[in-house]
Design a protein around this ligand. Structure first.
Ligand code: FVH
Length: 399
């Protein structure tokens, strides 16, 4: 029997469905994801087999008994088989939507759920709405969704309902523990969906959640929001993401609504690592500024009058990050030094003495001095202050 009918059958006996794709976490198969009817595990194999058979019929002319039909049906089988294979792969979540297709998404595919309507969750949901995404919201304590609902959001009565409403579920709660408490009971509802956690946490907590999501059949990204609520959706906001890049790519279009999106690596802990590193720098600057204001206030001076001076000085002393990074990469802290450690350490005691004279606690500036002393003892007097980074690794090796 000529092979072409088999090729047509193999290519055709697949499943028609909406091409709603969600992203896998790596190549995982969500345990509780239910492919559409008929899209069994063999779907992709049958599809590719159909395509191959069709191609073979066309090329080898197996349909000699009916050459014209053989060629036509060979092509037909190949095309149908290829299409069926792609759809089945999508059903199995082995492929993700190309960004170019985002414009053709259905309302269902565009839908987003936001869990948590604190200041940040509310801003996130508002940004999704503003971007034209059907948005479902949920908050532990009801009554916080009024403005969002007025703007077109749907308030889910339960977190389970909220989780099932969208393929993309964004979580922004108080802390890691509250995320665990909220998500654990609805793990089943999250299977086959993508969870994006934008709650502040540690790298370890991000990895733990990624493992939890994987075990429950959900794709996962951890995120760090580098913005305050009023900035969300505006040009200054950026959000860091980590986790499987295919997951990020598949949802990037949606996440772009919140601010500039930046993927920082496949390790799900990396978004939190970057987030906390950046926030640490912010807090370091703030600590110095608080101390400066306290000193000025201790003399009965106007903080308002002092503020422009403070801004001018901090602006002048910023912008050296790339140079610092280069010194660290080279582990050479002595080239091109303008203000060496020995000089800075000699003056630093004045900060303590002045604080005591003024009745100001030196506790915000205190940690730097012992580090300076240690580095001096190690022979780092000619170095830039950057050399102190060598003292901060508690897992220091001799390499
Ligand atoms: N706001 C900011 O400036 C920063 C910007 C950078 C990112 N952070 C982090 O975002 C997380 C949420 O912050 P938030 O500003 O929205 O915080 P709140 O307004 O206090 O809202 C907290 C929400 O968490 C809910 N919640 C607390 N515990 C639970 C729980 N066990 N189960 C379920 N939900 C919980 C709380 O619900 P309710 O008290 O209204 O019932 C709020 O929706 C945070 O990690 C920041 O570090 C924000």
């Amino acid at each position: 029997m000529a092979a072409w009918p088999a090729a047509v059958i193999a290519g055709s006996a697949q499943h028609r469905h909406r091409a709603a794709l969600i992203a896998p976490d790596g190549d995982q198969e969500p345990a509780e994801h239910t492919p559409r009817p008929g899209a069994g595990r063999l779907g992709p194999i049958r599809g590719w087999w159909g395509a191959a058979r069709g191609w073979w019929v066309r090329v080898a002319g197996e349909g000699a008994a009916a050459p014209r039909w053989g060629a036509t049906c060979g092509w037909w089988g190949a095309i149908r088989g290829w299409g069926a294979a792609r759809r089945s792969c999508a059903d199995r979540q082995w492929i993700v939507r190309a960004p170019a297709q985002a414009g053709r998404m259905t309302e269902d595919e565009k839908a987003v759920t936001v869990l948590g309507l604190g200041a940040m969750g509310t801003a996130l949901a508002g940004a999704f709405l503003a971007a034209g995404r059907p948005t479902t919201v949920w908050n532990r304590t009801p009554g916080k969704a009024g403005a969002l609902v007025a703007g077109g959001a749907v308030e889910a009565a339960t977190i389970d309902e909220a989780a099932r409403a969208s393929r993309l579920v964004v979580v922004c709660l108080w802390d890691h523990r509250s995320v665990q408490q909220a998500l654990d009971p609805v793990a089943g509802a999250l299977a086959g969906r993508t969870v994006v956690n934008l709650t502040n946490g540690t790298p370890g907590q991000g990895r733990e959640l990624a493992g939890w999501a994987r075990r429950h059949g959900a794709a996962f990204l951890d995120g760090g929001i580098m913005a305050v609520p009023p900035m969300i959706g505006g040009p200054g906001a950026f959000v860091l993401y980590s986790g499987a890049q295919e997951v990020f790519d598949a949802h990037r279009d949606a996440l772009d609504a919140l601010g500039e999106t930046m993927w920082v690596g496949a390790d799900p802990g990396l978004a939190a690592l970057h987030d906390l590193a950046l926030l640490s720098a912010m807090y370091g600057v703030t600590m110095g500024e608080l101390h400066a204001f306290a000193m000025v206030r201790s003399a009965g001076l106007s903080t308002t009058a002092f503020a422009p001076l403070l801004r001018r000085w901090t602006d002048a002393m910023s912008g050296f990050q790339e140079r610092m990074a280069a010194q660290m990469e080279a582990r050479d802290y002595t080239t091109g030094v303008v203000s060496n450690l020995a000089m800075q350490a000699a003056a630093f005691h004045n900060f303590y003495d002045a604080a005591h004279e003024q009745g100001v606690s030196p506790e915000l500036i205190a940690p730097l001095y012992p580090l300076m002393q240690r580095r001096l003892v190690e022979g780092g007097g000619a170095e830039d202050l950057t050399g102190l980074v060598e003292l901060l690794n508690t897992r220091r090796t001799t390499a």
